[in-house]
Design a protein around this ligand. Sequence first.
Ligand code: FAD
Length: 459
Amino acid sequence: MSDNHADLIVLGAGPGGYACAFRAADLGRNVVMVDPRATLGGVCLNVGCIPSKALLHAAEVIRGARHGDDWGISTGKVSVDLDKLRAKKDDIVAQLTTGLVGLAKRRKVQTIRGTARFDGENSLDIDGDIWTFDQVVIAVGSAPVRLPGWPEDDRIWDSTDALELREVPKNLAIVGGGIIGLEMATVYAALGSTVTVIEFMDQIAPGADAEAVAILRAALEAEGVTIHTGTKVTEVKATKTALTLSCEGGFEGTIKADVVIQAVGRYSNGNLVDPKTAGIEIDDRGVINVDASCRTNVAGIFAIGDVTGNPMLAHRATHQGHVAAEVASGHAAALDTDLIPSVAYTSPELAWAGLTQAQAKDQGIPHKVASFPWAASGRNLASSGGDGLTKLVYCPETHRLLGATIVGRNAGELLAECVLAMEMGATLEDVSLSVHAHPTLSETVGFAAERALGTLTDL
Ligand SMILES: Cc1cc2nc3c(=O)[nH]c(=O)nc-3n(C[C@H](O)[C@H](O)[C@H](O)COP(=O)(O)OP(=O)(O)OC[C@H]3O[C@@H](n4cnc5c(N)ncnc54)[C@H](O)[C@@H]3O)c2cc1C
């Protein structure tokens, strides 16, 4: 047993954990950060946001090359060197994760490679070493849900396996049509797999605006992806030659695949740290409940990121990380907003924040909707953007924006204007009178606001 003691210990080095550790160090705290991974950056940098976006970029390059003919540009038959692509992706991940090592050193944040769990109210066991602390931030993230009753088979992948890019299966089935499933469908369809997506809910990207989702669905189908919604996989049989999925609901029958990706959600890792030993309340899904200042029910113990439940997104984790560091260091801070943007980096991208039209209706919130179709956007047409839509939900009385959904190229980047507008309480007038450069895709946001006000001349 050692007599190690730290002012503040952060458990987990993902976007929540490292943001928290670095902010706390910047505020003058003596910080120790613990993670069992060989590299810093958590799921996001190692097996999540960054490698998936690298592969999605490759998918976009492939599609661009294939569609070059439309512009009189011939590149010949597109071929992919999988080893080189994998190396490129790994290199991007390595650049970012080693960059974090430098950032930690510069701030004198001590990093320990190890697995932590609470050993008592004021102590942690880190791979057999006992540490005491003044404060702890739990940022141990989440892991992919594995469906019960499925056979053990290395042809059944989770998102981490899919991002390893071991092979390009001829027939790929993806169970789960949420953001991760759709991003994987986009990657593997571009690489040459015949992809089938099976989604239990009535639409892919559940929770997003139905009109925008229909545009994404049509684009995926045009790339050869088969989509079955309202469909449940009831059984999976593994034989030497294939995996066979039995389906019920929207699609009744069987689907044969060489590889199946399970993309049915993620569960919180809360139980991994034995929180009850320290008296921390945890629900039966492993989620540690926190207040807006990221405090748990135990004084001096905070939790941030995926371990605190939905929405499980890196930018939420980072913001909570800053809040926890500041509150732990005696400052007043809170993440006092429901406005967490969601983006599917598919082709086209689908991005939304605030209320969708359906949510406003279901919640009885007075609202109106204005949209601008991208078929009328010069910039979109001039860059082969395909179909797209910018849709604003607003209050008919105050004209304040309540929500925004954008589907189209770079929708994820365009959404930022809408999020800022909503946070600042901007009105349709504010948005429409802000001069948007022409021709840009961002004009579609201004045009949608103009349309609501009856001042639009571009339709
Ligand atoms: C394929 C994929 C794509 C994604 N794409 C996006 C995206 O584009 N945008 C986005 O916003 N989000 C995306 N996400 C979600 C995003 O990765 C997570 O929301 C984010 O990583 C959560 O950050 P976190 O800090 O809470 O935890 P994590 O990033 O999960 O990090 C937690 C860390 O804690 C460590 N840990 C676990 N147990 C212990 C323990 N007992 N002691 C110490 N350390 C421990 C783990 O090793 C891990 O490194 C994606 C996820 C996946 C899987």
